[in-house]
Ligand binder design. Structure first.
Ligand code: ADP
Ligand code: MG
Length: 157
């Protein structure tokens, strides 16, 4: 059996917002249908910025903005790729299931990004990539990846 190439660093410094966006774009190239990414980090840590890069990489329609005031927003792909489902877990609460949201897209056929997913990540998906964004001194951000399940463990070094 071939050893999988590990493609994602467990930790990465993101000096600028453009780096955060570029990381999201890189992540998009690795995405398969049904994938779930859980983003945690304080307000302003860069969660939405990373999601914008991911959406751009997937070629989706519509501005990716903080999903405040809606629980989830579906961005269809313009390029025949995977749609992006962008979820605000804060509004989702801690008991709801994504299945109950009645999205017009099957998340098994999309890439789902949940902002503020900490705590309910476990209930949302067994296989998931958890990304924690941190804002340090001088406004520099860094991210830490926690792969959960074999799919993501194979990709993170
Ligand atoms: P969140 O969704 O976590 O609240 P945002 O993605 O909305 O955070 O980012 C808040 C602000 O921080 C934005 O103005 C964005 O451009 C900026 N930002 C994001 N990543 C970085 C970074 N790596 N370095 C500096 N500023 C960043
Ligand atoms: Mg946000």
């Amino acid at each position: 059996r071939l050893t999988m190439l590990k493609l994602l660093p467990v930790r990465r410094v993101l000096p600028t917002a453009e780096d955060t966006r570029a990381f999201g774009g890189w992540l998009a190239t690795l995405m398969r249908e049904g994938d779930m990414v859980i983003l945690t980090g304080d307000l302003g840590a860069g969660k939405t910025t990373l999601t914008q890069g991911l959406g751009q990489g997937l070629g989706v329609r519509g501005d990716v903005t903080s999903p405040t005031f809606v629980i989830a927003r579906v961005h269809p792909s313009l390029t025949g790729g995977l749609p992006l489902v962008h979820v605000d877990a804060y509004r989702l609460g801690d008991t709801a299931e994504l299945d109950d949201l009645d999205l017009d897209t099957d998340i098994e056929e999309a890439v789902t990004v949940v902002e503020w997913g900490e705590g309910l990540a476990e209930t949302l998906a067994h296989s998931r990539l958890e990304i924690s964004l941190e804002r340090g001194d001088d406004d520099v951000r860094s991210l830490t990846l926690t792969p959960v399940g074999p799919r993501w463990r194979e990709l993170v070094f």
